[in-house]
Design a protein around this ligand. Sequence first.
Ligand code: AMP
Length: 222
Amino acid sequence: MNIIFLGPPGAGKGTQSKRLEARYGIAQISTGDMLRAEVKAGSEIGQEAKTLMDAGKLVPDSMIVSMLEKRIQQPDCAKGFILDGFPRTVGQAEALDEVLARLKSQIDVVLVLQVDEDALADRIAGRFSCAKCGASYNDVSKPTKVPDTCDVCGSHDFVRRADDNRETVASRLASYRKETMPLLPYYEKKVKVAFIDGMAPIEDVSSQIDTIMQEVEQITQK
Ligand code: AMP
């Protein structure tokens, strides 16, 4: 099962992809996480990407496509993958189609998380995650149960993304509108595209997704 998750920054793609990963045993692939790992490692790609990421701009298609092509051929993608944050441009989607055709694979569904743009800046500014296990939290909507202690691994070490601030949100949203929204008509011509109300509580969003996934599973098993 190969899934693409679309939605503006802060829509909840990461949270829902991690859940799908656990439920279906397929790999969550976040190109943002991959780039942040490159930045942390101080690699050439990381150095080039950092300035663009900090400014809320997209990195060049060529950089991201070759990274992604290698990633989806890793053993943990054998049962499928969830693309979280890729593709973000029509050029990336076309490149992905070429790669998948070569691998004799395809996308089964595109999930689109729809959210009220006014809510995004608050959501993004409140995001933080555990530095040890990566569990994600939000100051307002999902604080840790015990202050300063990760619910999952008990660590007291938390991180906030450098680009999760109100200044870059506007530019990240502008990129989403201009570069990523054209992917909706692109995919609607090819594959099932399902819209989800991302303003609902996390559990409700998850059950909307489960209903869609049951429909997709029935279609792909036929
Ligand atoms: P994300 O974690 O998905 O919000 O991505 C963080 C940042 O990484 C974005 O604002 C971009 O600068 C960069 N990035 C992640 N994925 C892509 C992509 N598919 N194409 C271009 N830039 C990307």
